[in-house]
Design a protein around this ligand. Structure first.
Ligand SMILES: *Cc1c(COP(=O)(O)O)cnc(C)c1O
Length: 351
């Protein structure tokens, strides 16, 4: 059943009022012979790289390709300079600095808090339970003031697990504000994307990225899926040319190779199974958490010592020892077969 929720009631008034900057490429989009409207260099690029023209500010071709893959119309898609930009724009859209607040699950991705801090917005951290699952009651009846957004992440970083689907439905049905579900790692799981529920939940925002499964972290292409209303607002307040033409072109090329992507994901999942199995017999590993992502969280006998020992051996993992509910834990990204074998060899030698 469709939830009744009017996002206009929580969008900041100043954001609603903004008239967007209209770029040269906004005002004329057709074909012509001579383009002398944008103060570009007509001679070409220094170095000969053909980058003298401004890119499409709305990334139309890229959205078309994403639309076909994800099964949702381009009007529901916003592309950011990484998911990081999308997260920042959500704070700008919904949270008045010093007044409004947000909630995030804890532990989770560190960028929500960085973005909140930059925007002078308090973000309340609500603990997951001991199985790293959200608790509807504590997230919905939170008791905090002026809460506009809730950040969830599934599969969650750094814990690796999917969040329980029934719980997320309860939250979507009852949370008074926007619910953001970050699916950066969805391609490594068997779970269906929450994109399919956008038509039922006007308060839902789904984040995905080309940085992980698609192997394009260097391009900085993050995707946000939401209601047409919210997409229009984000388009209005983003920087005019937020995705470079080079990034758009290379992303488009990659998106036409879905088979290659599937094969890469398959190989990473094969390596994940291998690591999960082998880690069981490593003496300094106490606990291996279940994972639906391209990394594994492991509880160890001494995270700080093992972390330093590994870096001394030229292997860098993520030390999560100081993170809530992750005491003693390291987060290990699935590497190549050779990298995983090297890691296991080093771990087995740790005394
Ligand atoms: C890696 C990651 C992202 C991706 O961020 P980009 O800015 O798109 O590279 C988003 N969310 C989570 C939880 C991540 O771990």
């Amino acid at each position: 059943m469709k939830r009744i929720f009017d996002i206009n009631t929580i969008i900041r008034e100043n954001i609603k009022r903004i008239k967007p900057y209209s770029s040269a490429r906004d005002e004329f989009t057709g074909a012509a012979k001579i383009f002398i409207d944008a103060n570009e260099n007509p001679l070409g690029s220094v170095g000969g790289s053909h980058n003298n023209r401004y890119p499409d500010p709305y990334q139309r071709q890229l959205k078309e390709a994403i639309s076909n893959i994800k099964g949702i119309a381009p009007e529901h898609i916003f592309i950011g300079n990484g998911s990081d930009e999308a997260i920042d724009l959500l704070f700008k859209t919904f949270c008045r600095p010093g007044i409004d607040t947000a909630i995030q699950i804890s532990p989770s991705y560190g960028m929500y808090k960085v973005s909140a801090d930059v925007n002078e917005v308090i973000i309340h951290e609500v603990s997951l339970d001991s199985n790293y699952q959200p608790v509807t009651e504590t997230l919905v009846n939170h008791g905090f003031e002026n809460v506009k957004m809730l950040f969830l992440c599934s599969p969650n970083n750094p814990t690796g697990n999917l969040l329980d689907r029934k719980t997320l439905y309860q939250i979507l049905d009852t949370f008074d504000g926007m619910v953001i579900i970050d699916e950066a790692y969805i391609d490594f799981s068997q779970e269906k994307s929450w994109i399919a529920e956008l038509e039922n939940y006007p308060n839902l925002v789904v984040l995905q990225t080309l940085s992980k499964a698609w192997g394009l972290a260097n391009l900085r292409v993050g995707m946000l899926f939401a209601s047409v209303e919210l997409i229009q607002i984000l388009n209005k307040i983003k920087l005019p040319y937020n995705i470079s033409g080079v990034a758009q072109e290379l992303a488009l090329q990659a998106l036409s190779k879905t088979e290659e992507k599937a094969q890469m994901v398959h190989e990473i999942l094969t390596q994940r199974s291998f690591l999960l199995h082998e880690l069981q017999s490593v003496p300094c590993v106490l606990l291996i958490y279940p994972t639906d992502a391209n990394f594994i969280l492991v509880k160890t006998t001494d995270a700080d010592k093992i972390y330093t020992y590994l870096t001394d051996n030229q292997i860098v993992v993520r030390n999560r020892n100081k993170i809530h509910l992750c005491e003693g834990s390291l987060r290990i990204t699935i590497g190549t077969k050779e990298e995983n074998i090297a890691l296991l060899e080093a771990l087995r030698m740790f005394k």
